[in-house]
Ligand binder design. Sequence first.
Ligand code: AN7
Length: 398
Amino acid sequence: MWLECIECHHKFDIASRFYTCPKCGGLLEVELDLGALRKKLRKRDLNSRPPSVWKYRDFIPVMDDSKIVSLNEGGTPLIRCDRLGKEIGIRELYVKFEGANPTGSFKDRGMTVGVTKALELGVKTVACASTGNTSASLAAYAARAGLRCIVILPKGKVALGKLAQALIYGAKVVAINGNFDEALIMVRKLCEQRGDIYLLNSLNPFRLQGQKSIGYEIADQLSWKIPDKVVVPMGNCANIWAIYKGFFEFDATGITKGIPQMVGVQASGASPIVEAIKQGLETFEPVEKPETIATAIRIGNPVNGPKAIRAIRSSGGTAESVSDREIIKAQKLLAQLEGIGVEPASASTIAGLRKLVRQREVKRDDVVVCVTTGHLLKDPEEAIKVAGPSKWAGRVKS
Ligand code: AN7
């Protein structure tokens, strides 16, 4: 195993502790000896293990199993949605319900690995900037590991459920007058100046090693078949890359064959990567003042943008942006046709899929998985606001 810069391809020792390439500033990626894994690992080895991120231990760069910090993350349901599929025009549609993770979002898959890494490194304090879910997850895993936790949040812009989580898990919460992008600059500076504080934003390549498991798990739950399209909301743009990497590694080790087309969705008020993909560009123009009801992905300058662009291009995928109105409509459709409650950022996948079907970029016979990344109860205020009056009000007789 080694760390490799995605830009200049310089290789570094896996035990190195920097977050970006010291040669060129590019993003780092953990690479595994996939040839060796191909020889060693069999599907039946995986079949005998219970559902969990750690089912795929062979692909996770942790050195010391005794240090693993886990809350039994992963193993989330892959739910077939025929009623929603009919409404949208997809014959075989699935929702990967990441709200079923211990703190209610996919971030737990990354934090189990990231916080384990923090223990391996012997640090005592971990930190992140967050639109909410990262802070909730990090606070929980830090508590379980006995580490101090600092989270920097944009004041007044974090959904209530997420803030409640960070507070009750005992994190030191710092609210700033600025957006997520500014909070991330602050926490990066803090971790650069203070070597004893470990950064656990998605710039940290180890966190993404846990998030790869969404890809492994989708293939596993489809009986080792891969879907045609996997639709993912994009904020800081790490997750779409991690999921792609999961499918890529399964393909390279012969566990499955092929890689699904990765489809990234952003809110139209915060869509720099969608713009870059649509214009065929390799780089992207940050959005100064990102705005959307989907506060989780209210991010204008996604640090992992270059990874997302690669994941989409290499898989032959696409990207689409959706308005707040489309997001709300999709959130209600998923809730009211399937009984699946997700936060607005997650509903953007359903909205994006709907748009792509109408534009005939996704076909009726494509097997599609939408990754709904966070639970409805993360943002109860939004849900109450958009739900409208109860349909049955006034009908109950006393
Ligand atoms: C529900 O918590 O960035 O594209 O600080 O909470 O990997 O950033 C959250 C992101 C999608 C986007 N869905 O994932 C944070 C944060 C939900 C999220 C995303 C987030 P990335």
